[in-house]
Design a binder for this molecule. Structure first.
Ligand SMILES: [Zn+2]
Length: 248
């Protein structure tokens, strides 16, 4: 039996009486596990398997299969606040989806740590700062699996970039490009210097203020395009796309 810190990213009903949960764990990466009897009244999981809860998972890891068994979950922090505001819920869902997708490549609990920090930030943020907090957490999550974008130098030739100049951003090349390399990368998006400064700030863990509307949408799109380019299966991020079109 493995006892490990874990975070509930997804949960759905399974057969008559059970639930399947997808957990980000400190020691076993992102895993799927069946919680037998979790739908029975007075079951031993209680409300512990609510979305975005943190706790200690008691896992029996299946030696060969992908579906493990969750014997118990001791809730440490439930975060009901994430479900009480639509703004926070949608943002947390988008971040959770990102965690599920990058999670299998989790090196040593980095995805678990980045997600825990992100959910905590969203849970305690006021509505106006939810977007920037979520984007910051998402970029740090991407960095945690080793695919952070290059921002201060050209991702192609390594030449220095003027921080005050707009630059083209090419997900396939791995980040921002100098003028010469951008000419050879059709489709690279021109991003203003403030947008690149925001990405640099998020990478360092600093807070960023984003105005409502198009700026927020553009930042969400930039991250999604970057992540979809770097995910092995290239499948769309659905919850992220739903969040992306919001104004808040
Ligand atoms: Zn270059």
């Amino acid at each position: 039996m493995l006892l490990t810190d874990a975070l509930v990213l997804h949960a759905f009903d399974y057969r008559e009486t059970s639930r399947i949960v997808r957990l980000a764990t400190r020691e076993a990466g992102v895993v799927s596990a069946v919680a037998r009897g979790a739908r029975r009244p007075k079951n031993r999981f209680g409300s512990g398997l609510d979305l975005f809860s943190s706790g200690v998972a008691h896992l029996a890891l299946h030696p060969t299969g992908d579906l493990h068994t969750l014997h118990a979950f001791d809730v440490g922090r439930a975060r009901p606040g994430l479900g009480e505001s639509l703004v926070r819920f949608r943002a947390a869902s988008a971040l959770g989806e990102l965690g599920l997708r990058v999670g299998p490549e989790d090196p040593g609990g980095a995805v678990f740590a980045a997600l825990t920090e992100g959910f905590e930030a969203i849970a305690t943020a006021g509505d106006p700062t939810v977007c920037a907090e979520t984007l910051g957490a998402a970029w740090r999550l991407v960095a945690a699996v080793g695919v952070a974008p290059t921002l201060t130098h050209c991702a192609s030739c390594d030449g220095a970039l003027d921080p005050l100049e707009p630059a083209r951003f090419a997900p396939r090349a791995g980040g921002a490009l100098c003028r010469l390399c951008a000419a050879l990368a059709p489709g690279a998006r021109l991003i203003p210097s403030e947008a690149r400064a925001a990405l640099v700030a998020w990478a360092s863990g600093a807070a960023v203020v984003l105005e409502e509307g198009p700026v927020r949408r553009a930042h969400r799109r930039l991250l999604r395009e970057f992540v979809e380019e770097h995910l092995a299966d290239r499948a769309p991020l659905r919850a992220w796309r739903a969040w992306e079109t919001e104004d808040r």
